[in-house]
Design a protein around this ligand. Structure first.
Ligand SMILES: Cc1cc2nc3c(=O)[nH]c(=O)nc-3n(C[C@H](O)[C@H](O)[C@H](O)COP(=O)(O)OP(=O)(O)OC[C@H]3O[C@@H](n4cnc5c(N)ncnc54)[C@H](O)[C@@H]3O)c2cc1C
Length: 461
C-alpha cells in the first residue's frame, strides 16, 4: 500500500493507539486517531483519588502480553505497579481457601481430580487443539489456524486442524467433551468474575484464546503485571509518543464511503481519507450502552455489515468505586466464587484493593447482570445488590465515588461462531476501504486488541 495514504482510526483506546504505533513503525505516518472522549485509554481508565490512581477499567496483565510490551518499549515505561494478591470468601462472607487440601479434607479427591484434568487439558491444547491460542479467530470454524504464536518469538504459524471446530462449543460443553469438567473451577476466577460471561454461554474459543494455558498458570501463580499510574498511563504514554496523537473530543457524526474515499464528519467538518480503521463498537442496536453509538447510527452501513454486526452481543459489566470507614476496609482483594454462577446474576463477584499500604483509598467492585437465557437485571438493582453483598462481606461501603456500566466484551454466540462469523468479517476487511479491529475481532483485553492491531497492520499495510 502507498505509504502516504490517509488513514482514519476511530477510537483512542488500546486498539486504536496501537494501530497508530504499528502503522508508524511500518512507515505510514499519515494517520489520524479520533477519540470521542476528552481522554485516551478507552476501557483503561485510571482516575485519581487522594493523589493516587485507582482502576475503573483494566487492572492487570501477564508476562505474555507481548503487544503491551511493544508499547512499553516504544515509550520507555514498564509495569511498576503494586503487587496483586487475593483471598477467597463464600457468599456468607466467610474467608475460605478452596484450593488448599489441608483446609478441605473432604474435597481432596475432587482437588486431586482437578489437578489431573488441568494437566490433561494442557496436553490436549498442545496436541489435539494445536493452534488454539493464536490471536484472533481466523479459520477456526473451518478447522484451520493462521496467526502469531503467543511465545516469545511470536512466529507466524499456519495449519489445518479439524479439532479446532470444537472451539465454537460453549466452554462448559467443550470441557465435558474432553473429560476435563473440573478445570472450570480454576478458569472461572479470571474469566467470569472479570466480566467475560458464563461458561455455558460463551464459546471455548474466547475462553481459551484469552486464558491460554500459560496465561492461566500465570493467574494461578499470581505472576501478574500492574502499573503504578494505572493501565490508562500505558496509553497516555503511547499517545504522547506518537507522531500524531489522538484528537480528543472528536465524536464522529457521519462516515460515508464512496468512490474509493472515506468522508468523515467530525465536529461539523467533513474530512477526507483513503482508509478507515474502526476500533469503536461495531454492534448494531437495539443494543446500547455507555452513550456509544451503534455503527449504523453514523456509518453508511452495507447489508453485509448490518447482517453480521447485528449478531454481536456484549456483557453489562458494572464497576463501583467506593470508600469505607477505616475499620471496614478489606485487608486484601477477595473473589466470591459462589457468586460466579448465573443463578447469582447481579451479585458481587470480586472486589479489588489496589493499594495495600494505605486504607484511605478506593475499593472497586465487579458484577455482571446479563446471561443470554435470563432476564437482564436493571442497573440500579444490581448496584444495590452489590452494596448489600459488601455488608455481608463485612466491608460495607461508606460512599460510592465513581461507577459505570461498561459496554464489555463484544462477542458472538456458538451458532454464529460455528457458522464462520469471523471468516465472513475477515473477508470483508478493506472491502469498503474499512478495516475492523478492536475487541470483538480478538478478545476483550488490552493485549489481544493491541496484538490484533499489530496483525492487521502486518497483513494489510
Ligand atoms: C472493569 C474492566 C476491567 C478490565 N480488566 C482488564 C484487565 O485486567 N486486563 C486487560 O488486559 N484488560 C482488561 N479490561 C479490558 C480492556 O480494557 C479492553 O479490552 C481494552 O481497553 C479494549 O481496547 P479497545 O481499544 O478495543 O476498546 P476501548 O478500550 O473500548 O476503546 C475504544 C475507544 O473508542 C472510542 N470511541 C467509541 N466510539 C467512538 C466514536 N464514534 N468516535 C470516536 N471515538 C469513539 C471510545 O471512547 C474509546 O476510547 C477491562 C475492562 C474493564 C471495563
Amino acid at each position: 500500500m502507498d505509504k502516504n495514504i490517509r488513514i482514519c482510526i476511530i477510537g483512542g483506546g488500546p486498539a486504536g493507539l496501537s494501530a497508530g504505533m504499528y502503522l508508524e513503525q511500518k512507515g505510514y505516518t499519515n494517520y489520524t486517531i479520533l477519540e470521542r472522549l476528552d481522554r485516551v485509554g478507552g476501557k483503561c481508565w485510571s482516575p485519581y483519588y487522594n493523589g493516587r490512581r485507582y482502576e475503573m477499567g483494566a487492572i492487570m496483565g501477564v508476562p505474555s502480553y507481548y503487544a503491551v510490551e511493544d508499547v512499553e518499549k516504544f515509550c520507555g515505561i514498564t509495569h511498576d505497579g503494586p503487587k496483586l494478591n487475593r483471598n477467597y470468601k463464600n457468599a456468607r462472607g466467610e474467608v475460605i481457601e478452596p484450593f488448599e487440601p489441608k483446609k478441605n479434607i473432604l474435597k481432596i479427591p475432587r482437588l486431586l481430580k482437578m489437578k489431573k484434568q488441568i494437566k490433561k487439558l494442557g496436553e490436549l491444547l498442545e496436541t489435539k487443539y494445536k493452534g488454539y491460542d493464536l490471536n484472533g479467530h481466523r479459520g477456526v470454524a473451518e478447522g484451520r489456524y493462521d496467526g502469531f504464536a503467543v511465545t516469545p518469538g511470536r512466529e507466524r504459524v499456519q495449519g489445518v486442524n479439524e479439532n479446532l471446530k470444537d472451539l465454537a462449543l460453549p466452554f462448559k460443553e467443550f470441557c465435558a467433551k474432553n473429560g476435563v469438567e473440573l478445570v472450570q473451577d480454576v478458569w472461572i476466577g479470571p474469566y467470569t468474575s472479570f466480566g467475560y460471561g458464563y461458561f455455558d454461554e460463551i464459546p471455548a474459543g474466547y475462553v481459551l484464546k484469552y486464558l491460554d494455558f500459560q496465561t492461566t498458570m500465570n493467574f494461578v501463580k499470581v505472576n501478574l503485571w500492574t502499573w503504578k499510574e494505572g493501565t490508562q498511563y500505558i496509553w497516555e504514554q503511547l499517545n504522547a509518543h506518537l507522531k500524531n496523537p489522538a484528537r480528543l473530543n472528536s465524536a464522529i457524526e457521519k462516515v460515508e464511503r464512496k468512490d474509493g474515499k472515506v468522508f468523515v464528519t467530525v465536529n461539523g467538518e467533513v474530512e477526507e481519507y483513503d482508509k478507515i480503521i474502526v476500533t469503536a463498537p461495531l454492534h448494531i442496536p437495539g443494543k446500547r450502552a455507555d452513550g456509544q453509538k451503534g455503527m449504523d447510527e453514523y456509518f453508511d452501513v452495507r447489508d453485509d455489515e448490518k447482517e453480521l454486526f447485528s449478531k454481536i452481543d456484549y456483557e453489562r459489566y458494572d464497576v463501583q468505586a467506593f470508600l469505607t470507614k477505616p475499620e471496614d476496609h478489606p485487608e486484601i482483594s477477595y473473589y466470591v466464587f459462589d457468586n460466579m454462577v448465573k443463578e447469582k446474576l447481579g451479585h458481587l463477584m470480586v472486589y479489588y484493593r489496589r493499594w495495600r499500604d494505605e486504607i484511605d483509598q478506593v475499593i472497586t467492585t465487579y458484577a455482571l447482570r446479563k446471561h443470554k437465557d435470563m432476564e437482564e437485571i436493571p442497573y440500579e438493582k444490581c448496584r444495590q445488590m452489590v452494596q448489600d453483598d459488601l455488608k455481608i462481606m463485612k466491608n460495607p461501603a461508606k460512599e460510592v465515588i465513581n461507577e459505570w456500566s461498561v459496554y464489555y466484551f463484544p462477542h458472538v454466540f456458538s451458532e454464529d461462531y460455528a457458522a464462520g462469523w469471523y471468516d465472513k468479517v475477515e473477508a470483508m476487511q478493506d472491502k469498503y476501504d474499512t478495516f475492523y479491529a478492536g475487541e470483538v475481532m480478538s478478545f476483550g483485553d488490552m493485549d489481544e486488541t493491541a496484538e490484533y492491531s499489530r496483525e492487521l497492520v502486518e497483513r494489510f499495510f
